[in-house]
Design a protein around this ligand. Structure first.
Ligand code: CA
Ligand code: ZN
Length: 300
């Protein structure tokens, strides 16, 4: 296993960046991550309107993975997520779903204790650790770390947690992988515009799959297989994810498109990742046992 500290971060995923680390395919990397504010909020005395907004949403990286080629995929297994013991969240004017009714910024600071986030003496919230920003260099122009897309990025997906495996379409040699913006707790939608933002460590295993061509990120866990799609609206993101899932099923199983759609209508779940970033993100999750039953092959 290799360890990577957070000295070198990227603020936009880009094929033009120089890697901060090169690893062979199959390497496990323990990666130090700053919170989405670049660790600039230490306590209630720090105001959000005084921080350096050019230093928000850092992702640690990029990491060059040997064997990752344009047109192929990068497999990322999430092995572990660890937090330092504190977190913070925010909302503000014109931010999130309710920002139209707010003035200025509001922040809260939390302790993490025994697997729970302490909201106050009455409300302790079990952690659902997740990685908000995770992805590879996109095709074309750089994409800032606040925006999700086909390359991954700021997907803010609660399913991106320990035990999950992601597959990204590779658009630059070596993939140029990065991650950051971990959340100790977040609800689907991320309605305030932030989760419980927490610095920590993510341990991932990075494997190049040269012969797997993808349009959008794929996610897999013990029970489910799904597509993650981002677009201007939740409707458009869901539409995109469902179309890709049908096409994958027709390609990889002996099933017609109408049958695939009818089957997905019975067992597929459209789930909101986030509705507050410049592009909105949805995941479309399908039980693996159903896919196995129609002979869908994926095992990688
Ligand atoms: Ca985020
Ligand atoms: Zn975040």
């Amino acid at each position: 296993m290799v360890e990577l500290n957070d000295d070198k971060v990227l603020y936009a995923f880009s094929s033009a960046l120089d890697p901060v680390l090169t690893v062979p395919s199959g390497e496990t990397v323990r990666i130090r991550t700053k919170d989405c504010f670049g660790n600039q909020l230490a306590g209630p005395e720090d105001e959000l309107d005084e921080i350096d907004w050019d230093a928000i949403n850092p992702a640690t990286g990029p990491i060059y993975v040997e064997g990752a080629v344009v047109g192929g995929a990068l497999k990322v297994s999430i092995d572990a997520i660890e937090f330092d013991g504190h977190a913070c969240s925010c909302t503000g004017q014109d931010e999130g779903v309710y920002g139209d009714r707010l003035d200025g910024w509001s922040t809260r600071f939390y302790r993490i204790e025994d697997g729970e986030l302490i909201w106050d003496e009455n409300v302790r919230i079990p952690l659902n650790p997740m990685i908000g920003v995770i992805g590879v260099a996109p095709a074309g122009e750089p994409v800032n770390c606040g925006t999700p897309g086909a390359h991954g990025g700021n997907m803010d997906n609660t399913a991106i947690t320990e035990g999950a495996t992601l597959y990204f379409p590779v658009e630059a040699d070596g993939a140029l992988f990065g991650l950051g913006d971990m959340h100790a707790v977040m609800g689907d939608g991320e309605v305030s515009v932030s989760g419980a933002e927490a610095p920590g460590w993510a341990t991932v295993t990075l494997t190049a799959i040269p012969d797997l061509h993808l349009v959008d990120p794929v996610i897999e866990d013990a029970d489910s297989f799904g597509i993650i799609a981002s677009a201007d609206s939740l409707d458009a993101a869901a539409d995109r994810a469902v179309h890709e899932m049908v096409e994958l099923m027709v390609e990889r199983a002996d099933i017609s498109a109408p049958d695939a759609v009818m089957l997905l209508s019975l067992v597929g779940n459209v789930q909101v990742c986030q509705m507050v970033d410049p592009q909105k993100t949805v995941r479309f999750m399908v039980p693996k046992r159903v896919l196995e039953g129609i002979g869908f092959t994926w095992s990688r």
